[in-house]
Design a protein around this ligand. Structure first.
Ligand code: DAH
Length: 339
């Protein structure tokens, strides 16, 4: 029996496997149920007492050697197969999980698309602004209470430097550098020093619209907004304009869109059948003049809407904080909305 053990030991230490088949042959010959190792263990049961110790030790050594040899070649051959696979240029690539757009981006893109179809172009302006572009040029007199309508973030000791509270500041920048006709929309992020709740946040998004040319009338404004609303919320939607006040428009209005409950009353519209979605009006002649546009020759309309609010209606979202929490369980639901 000792001879047998030594012979197998010698064979095993000389063994080399170049292929998986050779390794499998090795396994079958020595390590499988009917292999030589098991046969030796069977034989070991018949060995006389005084030889048991020595032979048992040898047998265990052989068992370890066979197992190690097998493991060694198995690992080597496996990594070889992997390399071959990595070099296979015809192998299909691993799929990358697709992300989805943020509901604010989806809504902003859709608003931009609709106005682009009407011939509006898109412009952007800085988030850190000066008093002139956010307030003064827009007809907010110094110390005027209308400035309190928008709680401003001042970010330096210089009260002239502010985070814009609305995208209307971009209107001013455009009109200062462009002569009519102007037909633009201006999406962007705005900042207000407000307590955060389900309905209000200190950061949110607006889209501003501006049309300045000869003979622009309130009827043009109304028709443009009606077109927008039907595209955004469906052919059945209706709009309602209520008189309002903004320093930079005269006359000014607030626009409501009909609620999907069709006036039957629901939580969203609090039973009124209408939802307020934007402010608008005819650009105040003072604003045109402040920006170097002749108010005797030109007139224009402007409007501004909150993207979060439009997305509330579009996706039935009830809490503004969800937009900013970056919870993937919330965000991945919009993959189906495409865009
Ligand atoms: N800037 C206003 C706000 O943030 C919204 C607005 C109202 C914009 C009327 C306009 C407008 O252009 O004409 O509340």
């Amino acid at each position: 029996m000792l001879d047998k053990i030594n012979r197998i030991k010698e064979d095993a230490s000389r063994f080399k496997a170049a292929t998986q088949d050779e390794l499998e042959e090795f396994r079958l010959k020595y390590l499988s149920k009917k292999g030589q190792l098991n046969a030796l263990f069977d034989e070991f049961k018949t060995v006389a007492g005084e030889q048991k110790r020595e032979l048992g030790q040898k047998l265990n050594e052989l068992k370890n050697l066979l197992a190690e040899t097998f493991e060694h070649y198995r690992e080597a051959l496996d990594s070889e197969t992997e390399t071959v696979r990595d070099n296979d240029l015809t192998r299909p690539g691993e799929s990358i999980p697709m992300g989805s757009r943020h509901p604010i981006s989806i809504t902003r893109n859709e608003i931009c698309d609709i106005f682009t179809r009407l011939g509006f172009t898109i412009a952007e302006g800085p988030e850190i602004e000066d008093d002139w572009h956010v307030f003064s040029a827009l007809n907010f007199p110094k110390e005027h209470p209308a400035r309190d309508m928008q709680d401003t973030f001042f970010i330096t000791k210089n009260p002239d430097v502010v985070l814009r509270t609305h995208t209307s500041s971009v209107q001013v920048r455009i009109m200062e550098t462009t002569q009519p006709p102007i037909r633009m929309i201006m999406p962007g992020r705005v900042f207000r020093n407000e307590a955060i709740s389900a309905r209000a946040h200190c950061i949110f998004h607006q889209v501003e619209g501006l049309y300045v040319a000869e003979n622009v009338s309130f009827a043009d404004l109304k028709q443009t907004l009606l077109f927008f609303t039907k595209e955004m919320f469906g052919e059945k939607s209706r709009i309602r304009l209520r008189p309002s006040f903004f320093p930079f428009t005269e006359p000014s209005a607030e626009m409501d869109v009909s609620c999907t409950c069709e006036g039957k009353g629901c939580n969203l519209c609090k039973g009124t059948g209408w939802l307020e979605i934007m402010g608008c009006g005819m650009v105040d002649p003072n604003v045109l003049d402040n920006c170097g546009i002749d108010s005797r020759k030109y007139s224009g309309f402007a409007f501004g809407m909150g993207i979060e609010r439009i997305a509330f209606l579009k996706f039935q979202i009830k809490d503004i904080r969800m937009y900013f929490e970056n919870d993937v369980r919330f965000l991945e639901q919009f993959a189906a909305a495409g865009f």
